[in-house]
Design a protein around this ligand. Structure first.
Ligand code: FES
Length: 73
């Protein structure tokens, strides 16, 4: 499924990037361009990120929360 239409990024690509070590939205933005244009994909990408991280050790989740940027509209 395409998550980010603007950059043609799928949920599979997001999960693959996370398997390679990405743990934050900032890193998804930087490395894949997710949510860097219209931003409509942000909540879906965050859901994928959260679901993936809930299956990882607690330390990784805590690190992600601490590194999560604050977005303003
Ligand atoms: S759909 Fe991802 S930035 Fe537009």
């Amino acid at each position: 499924m395409i998550v980010c239409v603007c950059n043609n990024i799928s949920d599979r690509e997001i999960r693959q990037a996370m398997e390679l070590g990405i743990t934050t939205m900032e890193e998804l933005r930087r490395d894949l361009g997710v949510a860097t244009c219209c931003g409509q994909c942000l909540s879906c990408a965050e859901d994928i990120l959260t679901k993936h991280l809930t299956s990882t050790p607690t330390a990784a989740i805590e690190e992600t929360v601490l590194k999560r940027p604050v977005f303003t509209s």
